[in-house]
Design a protein around this ligand. Structure first.
Ligand code: PHE
Length: 477
């Protein structure tokens, strides 16, 4: 196990783990979920989930990985026996599922970055029509808007970027790329926020986002908040076990996990702070009520935002719009590398394969697994409306299934720590690099949450999510 690779230190680990966490979930999914669930109230519920459930699960995962010094399967296997090893495998499969559809959406963002920066996408009138055509015809290599329009190629490129980075190993690939992309991402995000706050009507967007309306609190808000928090922090599938296994015993896990959670939550928060003022600006420009702008679902960043960039005028629109999609690409790439690393680490650690070979083979397999999601946006009617899944498309189906895997994975992980590995063993691991841990309040908090709150609440919510997905939540309550 000597040369599995490792992070050079605390900063490298934190940036890589925060990179895994910060992704499409923060920039693409968080703002539209917040929009659908009443803005500020969603933010509050989300913060509650992070503190009460996600932070303890994150600490637990990192501790498992570092204690076992192995991949997701190897870690559970080593600390809990072969049966628990299956939980690791379940996580690895969940990671493959996530990466398969995630890479498709990342490919769209990459395509939009090119189309806005170098093509003439912003000259369009009908952005909804463009997006529909864009995701529908994945093989269209004719020159649309000054550039080829092939979704297949964009997402292939994205997978290739991911594989190049992961094949370079932990320090030279994952750590080095995160050290460039994460700070750039923050800079771009803050730059766009500052600009968007100067636009007319921006503060009505801020108000919607920040002033809670408690009458909007519903069970759906809690379910959505929890799913989103798990996905956003990359929990429940072994990404942090894998990254944790490359962390030195000298480092403090509890404080690192706090920094990672704050970094991720702040990007989600800032994304909302960027998007809502923009949406209210558009409403002002078009002289309509902001609620008339469809901010729900994926079209928010691919339809509504381009229209806003269009309103900014040709030069500014290109600069702000191009930077925005570059930001989305960076966020997605730092996550796709962590997703690819999970199965790669498994094959390198357990099967002793050569890293480079495994990276390219896995990248290809996962890319192919993503093809059904890619063609499910209209090109193949059978996958566009799944009969057994309430007429939803295949991409949504896979994304929903992975949400389920993550909360179930998190629930089982907390059971693993408290009922199998032993909370005292976790304590011993957390005391490495943190001399005050044994007498700290964090320890007490982790004990209560991992023994009782996490297993019970996550178990309950996992069941609600499964029922919701297959039967529709309206029918449950
Ligand atoms: N956290 C990532 C995001 O918010 C997605 C992700 C999930 C990455 C699980 C790794 C593991 O986009």
């Amino acid at each position: 196990m000597a040369n599995r690779g490792n992070f050079s230190g605390r900063i490298g680990f934190i940036l890589a783990a925060a990179g895994s966490a910060v992704g499409l979930g923060n920039i693409w999914r968080f703002p539209y979920l917040a929009g659908e669930n009443g803005g500020a109230i969603f933010l509050l519920v989300y913060l509650g989930c992070i503190l009460l459930l996600c932070y303890p699960v994150m600490v637990g995962e990192i501790a498992i990985g570092r204690a076992a010094n192995s991949d997701a399967y190897g870690s559970y296997n080593k600390l809990g026996g072969k049966k628990w090893g299956y939980l690791g495998l379940f996580g690895i499969i969940a990671g493959i599922l996530i990466l398969s559809f995630y890479n498709v959406v990342a490919g769209w963002a990459f395509g939009y970055f090119l189309h806005i920066s170098f093509g003439d996408l912003l000259n369009l009138q009908d952005f909804g029509g463009f997006f529909g055509a864009f995701v529908n015809d994945i093989l269209d290599v004719s020159s649309a808007h000054g550039l080829a329009n092939s979704n297949l190629i964009f997402s292939l490129f994205f997978m290739v970027f991911t594989a190049i980075i992961v094949s370079q190993g932990i320090q030279k690939g994952i750590e080095a790329s995160n050290k460039i992309m994460m700070p750039s991402l923050y800079l771009i995000l803050l730059g766009i926020i500052v600009y968007s706050l100067t636009l007319p009507n921006a503060f009505s967007g801020v108000k919607f986002y920040l002033v809670p309306d408690f009458s909007e609190l519903k069970i759906q808000t809690v379910v959505d908040g929890l799913k989103q928090a798990f996905f956003s922090l990359s929990l429940g599938m072994g990404a942090l076990i894998t990254y944790g296994s490359y962390l030195s015993k000298k480092e403090n896990i509890t404080s690192s996990a706090a920094v990672i959670s704050i970094a991720d939550t702040s990007v989600a928060f800032f994304s909302g702070l960027m998007v809502f003022p923009l949406v209210h600006f558009l409403a002002f420009k078009l002289n309509i009520n902001p609620t008339e702008i469809g901010t729900s679902g994926p079209p928010l960043i691919f339809v509504v935002l381009p229209q806003i960039f269009h309103e900014m005028g040709p030069i500014l629109g290109r600069i702000i719009g191009g930077s925005f999609f570059l930001l989305v690409c960076f966020a997605a790439l730092t996550s796709t590398i962590s997703l690819l690393e999970v199965p790669v680490a498994y094959l390198v650690d357990q099967k002793k394969y050569n890293r480079k070979g495994v990276v390219w083979a896995m990248a290809l397999i996962i890319f192919v697994c993503g093809l059904p999601s890619m063609v499910s946006q209209g090109m193949m009617p059978a996958l566009n409306k799944l009969g057994f899944y309430r007429g939803q498309d295949f991409l949504t189906f896979i994304s929903d299934m992975s949400d389920i895997c993550l909360t179930v994975g998190g629930c089982l992980m907390s059971i693993f720590i408290s009922r199998r590995w032993g909370i005292h063993n976790m304590d011993a691991e957390l005391a490495n690099g943190n001399n005050n841990y044994m007498t700290s309040r964090v320890r007490k908090f982790l004990h209560i949450t991992l023994k009782w709150i996490a297993p019970i609440l996550l178990g309950f919510l996992s069941i609600v999510i499964i029922l919701e997905k297959f039967f529709g939540i309206e029918n449950l309550i």
